[in-house]
Design a protein around this ligand. Structure first.
Ligand SMILES: [Fe+2]
Length: 247
């Protein structure tokens, strides 16, 4: 199970910041020699706020999910949205006992209570941390070993699993998530709205998740969620991570 560490963010934030800095124009530059600029530059990350929770480093460079997920989308999603959830969580727990608890305990302990800001932001921090690890450098990869056996038992084959995950991801109304979970020795696919996840809902152990909030894909795919999900399943799904979570 992935847990949020309190490691320093210096490395990852510096990498993102470096990626966001445009090359300055030089007096001797000729237009034809200038490096091609991206259509939309990657954003500078949001400033981290003081508090017990921190943004964990990405498990890959912010260019390695392309062309499925662009550096620009990842820059906003990680550097603005995920960092924003971390900042809001730190604000919400300030002066409360939750500030000294592990992230998963905060998420589970505030679900269904009136501490909605703490719940929503802690769950979104957890979900996004899990989502980053649910992806790997873009390319072909297939599950094997015990995970592959479990997929065959529960879905017939990998195509059957992808079909169920795609249906869950594209049919989730509004913002939410699609998940592959292990429940009672069987794999299943579930979807959750907003910040909810299978842990707080008692739906099983998460193995993999797809973020279907519009901020995850809109810059690259606009309203074509199905194209994002299809490319994600074919090129980004991290089956090794799913296998580790299956245990
Ligand atoms: Fe997201």
């Amino acid at each position: 199970m992935l847990t949020l560490s309190r490691r320093s963010l210096v490395g990852s934030m510096a990498a993102l910041a470096a990626a966001a800095v445009a090359r300055p124009a030089l007096a001797g530059d000729k237009k034809k020699d200038a490096a091609p600029a991206p259509a939309t530059p990657a954003p500078a990350p949001a400033a981290p706020a003081a508090g017990p929770f921190v943004l964990p480093p990405l498990p890959y460079a912010d260019t390695e999910l392309a062309p499925v997920i662009s550096q620009n989308t990842l820059g906003f999603h990680y550097g603005k949205h995920h960092q924003g959830y971390v900042n809001k969580l730190n604000d919400a727990v300030a002066g409360k006992d939750w500030a000294s608890k592990p992230l998963a305990d905060v998420m589970k302990g505030t679900y269904g209570t009136d501490a909605t800001a703490i719940y929503n932001n802690s769950a979104q921090v957890w979900n996004h941390t899990f989502y980053w690890s649910s992806m790997r450098k873009a390319g072909e990869q297939a599950p094997n070993g015990k995970l592959n056996d479990a997929i065959k038992t529960s879905f017939g084959d990998l195509a059957g699993l992808k079909k169920e995950l795609s249906q869950a991801a594209t049919s989730q109304f509004g913002s939410g998530w699609a998940w592959l979970v292990s429940d009672g020795g069987k794999l299943k696919v579930v979807k959750t709205p907003n910040a909810d996840n299978p842990i707080v809902l008692g739906q099983g152990t998460p193995l993999l998740c797809i973020d279907v909030w519009e901020h995850a894909y809109y810059l690259d795919y606009q309203n074509r969620r199905i194209d994002y999900v299809t490319a994600w399943l074919d090129k980004l799904a991290n089956w090794e991570f799913a296998a580790q979570n299956l245990g």
